[in-house]
Design a protein around this ligand. Structure first.
Ligand code: NAP
Length: 266
């Protein structure tokens, strides 16, 4: 079974830890390093896994090392990883915007790398994770890593050139969608509902739409047409949205986020 060490047990590190436990990785096969003392205590007490204090020790105990520190901390940790990795170790980086070649350059030697871009919903096992690997990770090893994270959500294989697309469509777009949801709730209040009711209705609308799309295997455009009757209420709302190029603005926002991700990783 896989032995996994996590460097940086913050928000994402903890979500990954939960996904690995859910996947059936034994507590004894897991360990972590965390810079914040209180945070480390919380993780060790909550999940009953070993806290280690140095990268070399963690590397020795783990086949796979998940790097979940902030991108700005990469320059400090990667040289330590580079000097303690053996040929059997694989680094799994979730750092936004740090390319595989940059990781290898900071590590100071050629190490095997899987790069993943998860979104926040891995916390509830409903995430989206873009995944790619350096050429020296074999197909079997790559599929073992995919399988290791399978309980965190949908895993999507991408070329590294498409990681920026995963960053914007997978990781940033929840914020765009949440803005839309906030707008729905405010609209409910604006037309006289209590905030609680407006929130409950808006969330249930979203839940129902997703459930129906999945159960009926329906395309969103088809479902929208189904509820848009001639001269009715829905088309008058849609016409208002489209007068301001609603769909075009979403396309532009996701494209803009993708370009920003590219800028940040260059
Ligand atoms: N949040 C998201 O939705 C999301 C999505 C995709 C990818 N990511 C990526 O995930 C990574 C982690 O993000 P996060 O939101 O989980 O950050 P976070 O909550 O700040 O977690 C990182 C943790 O690592 C600790 N740390 C820093 N240097 C360390 C070291 N040398 N050894 C051990 N621990 C160390 C930090 O402690 P200190 O704060 O004391 O330094 C912090 O507790 C980032 O690279 C981010 O780009 C995040």
């Amino acid at each position: 079974m896989d032995r996994v060490g996590i460097v940086g047990a913050g928000n994402m590190g903890e979500s990954i830890l939960k996904a690995l436990l859910k996947r059936g990785v034994e507590k004894n096969d897991l360990c972590f390093i965390e810079a914040k003392k209180e945070r480390a205590l919380y993780i060790a007490n909550t999940y009953g896994i070993d806290e280690l204090h140095d990268v070399a020790e963690l590397t020795k105990r783990s086949d796979k090392v998940v790097l979940a520190v902030k991108p700005q901390d990469a320059g400090k940790v990667l040289p330590e990883i580079g000097s303690s990795f053996t040929d059997s170790n694989i680094l799994i980086s979730i750092m936004a915007g740090i390319t595989i070649s940059k990781i290898i350059s900071l590590a100071g030697r050629s190490i095997r790398v899987v790069r993943m871009m998860p979104n926040v919903a891995i916390k509830v096992n409903q995430g989206v994770i873009g995944i790619t690997a350096s050429a020296d990770v074999s197909a079997d090893e790559f599929s073992a890593v995919r399988s290791l994270f399978s309980s965190a959500g949908l895993i999507v294989d991408v070329d590294e050139g498409h990681m920026d697309a995963i960053t914007s469509l997978g990781a940033s777009s929840p914020a765009f969608f949440l803005l839309f949801l906030e707008g729905m709730i405010d609209a409910g209040v604006h037309i006289g509902l209590t905030r609680d009711k407006a929130k409950a209705i808006s969330i249930q609308v979203v839940r129902g739409v997703i459930e129906m799309l999945e159960q009926e295997q329906m395309h969103p455009a088809l479902m929208r047409e189904m509820i848009t009757s001639p001269g009715g209420t829905t088309i008058s709302g849609l016409a208002t949205l489209e007068a301001k190029a609603f769909k075009g603005n979403i396309i532009k926002a996701i494209e803009k986020a993708s370009l920003r991700a590219k800028e940040l990783s260059s």
